[in-house]
Design a protein around this ligand. Sequence first.
Ligand code: EZ4
Ligand code: CO
Length: 402
Amino acid sequence: MKIQNARVIVTCPGRNFVTLKIETDQGVYGIGDATLNGRELSVVAYLEEHVLPCLIGMDPRRIEDIWQYLYRGAYWRRGPVTMSAVSAVDTALWDIKGKMAGMPLYQLLGGRSRESVMVYGHANGADIEETIDAVGSYIAMGYRAIRAQTGIPGIKDAYGVGRGTLFYEPADGTLPSNTVWDTHKYLTHVPKLFEKLRTTYGFDYHLLHDGHHRMTPIEAAQLGKALEPYRLFWLEDATPAENQEAFRLIRQHTTTPLAVGEIFNTIWDAKDLIQNQLIDYIRTTVVRAGGITHLRRIADLAALYQVRTGSHGATDLSPITMGAALHFDTWVPNFGIQEYMRHTEETDAVFPHDYRFEAGALLCGETPGHGVDIDENLAAKYPYKPAYLPVARLEDGTMWNW
Ligand code: EZ4
Ligand code: CO
């Protein structure tokens, strides 16, 4: 069996998605997500110029060997562009293997560990009142876990707020837009949101919050401590994790559970965090961290330390990543939760899939492979549109983390 053809499809049904399609000499094909928000075409070039020519003629059944070939063989390891490309190849190859075996991906991984995959949705509002209402609407839709973000008085365009509720999409203009940040104002305001949420809705729902890498370790420790009475499911991306040791300081001061990893590329980004038990949830997902092959390695390491999974699932990850992640989540023994931001109807139409939402959970289907396809005719109707993520500066103009 041979890989006969491999090509990249770029489409923008409301936002940009990069998809890799691998075709075999036996008529079976597989698809993988290669979307890197705001840097999409760099992955397209990496795939088209450097990866796809090597794949032609290879045996698509040798998933592990092809992974090692792309990772070790490049000499230059890791990084978001490289690893998004490796992820796309890996996901497409697992899709092919599933189709050849006539089995849904979760069966190939070892079978079902749970009946459904608990997800959390994103509630946000310009102020506390609006966020309280938004959380209420997620409860009404059946969610059992909800991430809550709110606008901060005196801060223009705080992270996670605005541009619609159900389909929040941060990427916008042809150049990055400017937002402003002030951690002092944020730290004063956020505990009030969670106090109000608990007095309004009680403790029967899981609440989550994303700090989006804005705080220093000691500021994150303060927030974690202030939020302890409201028993969060997790505080996400409390501080940047290039220095994994930074989380030790947060950990020493608070019992609020910590989650990180949506921008990690490999197991090496998470190794110290996991082995020192500095986090509770690891948020790497299929498209960003080397596909199913590498994600499994990360999850197995995490399991040794009682760290559970909490895969990233924002709208800039295509339905292919969501579909593959749900098979992974259905199998992985140390599952925690899955993020779920809904894609628009236009996106769902371009990527027909068999997963479905029910009672606060997603259920993967029984279609062989990962269960997500691409309608290429429809995809062709939505040409690529450059869109950047915003940047953030402090009030005095200092560049900060968006
Ligand atoms: O800002 O995926 O938890 N979710 C997030 C996302 C990220 C986007 C960046 O493209 O932090 O909303
Ligand atoms: Co996040």
